[in-house]
Write a protein that binds this ligand. Sequence first.
Ligand code: AVJ
Length: 318
Amino acid sequence: MTVDIDNPLAADAVTGLWAYPPTLPPKWLYDERGSRLFDEITRLPEYYPTRRETAILEAHAADIAQATNAEMLVEFGSGTSTKTRLLLQAFADRAATLGRPVTYVPLDVSTEILESSAAVLASDYPGIDIHPMVTDFTSPGLVLPPSTGPRMAVFLGGTIGNFDDAERAVFLERLAAVLSPGDYFLLGADLIKDTGRLVAAYNDKAGVTADFNRNMIEVLRAGLDAQGLYADDFDHIARWNPGRHRIEMWLRARRDIDVYFAVLQRHWKLSAGTEVLTEISTKFDPSDLAGELAAAGLREVRSWTDDAGDFLLTLSCR
Ligand code: AVJ
């Protein structure tokens, strides 16, 4: 079978959908509708991580600016989010106090998202130089722009939890390799907690996370030209995997599925009850995470949690 190498969804589908268990990378959850649904998730009563991380930044963004003296912020999977703004404000204030410039480098795979958010941030923060870079930060060729002073890489939201153990080790190693001695890494990570609360955060009463997960079926249908594939034919499953301390999101076929993907020229057959893995969200123990950072050559400088101890923001130094 030939697969269009310029169609990354086709490539991921061929690799993942016929694997055991079938799986698709979580990035395919975030088309326009998926991104909107995720935004809605961050405001759900059950979904605590965004609120907790925001609270930590509200309390400590100025401490982070002071502790690092960073002149450049490089954000992985950037946005126009409240969280980014809290950091930018603190670093702009610090730069103004010291009378030196500060640069913000948002990294994202989507040119459109990068350009529109950079334009908004540039007008809201005239004191900050904004240099967006279109890049997949998980790819091996990452090079950061040079800076006269310390740089700080920023990876918020707990998205590090989307990597499995091996992917995370590779990511941290590559990150450490692109940082120079004296550069910093600010990481947001969700912590292990009561299973009931964890599961509820990914299985909300309003069903928004279920719609978000099932939207991946719509992405497949549109992107691979699949006739007769319906989101309603799948149930949303969110379950805690205690051995790997992670939430797993699955889509379980409600009936036998036989779909023809025109783009792949291939049938996809699932028997009723088969589950497709769509996302993992690993939760961390703070000292284990510090150990992983240290193994990659990143030394913990300071860490902060929210009042409830739900979420961790950890600052490490190369
Ligand atoms: C954006 C990856 C941090 O894992 O909590 C939320 C994604 N998935 N609800 C997370 C998500 C279902 C979220 N991250």
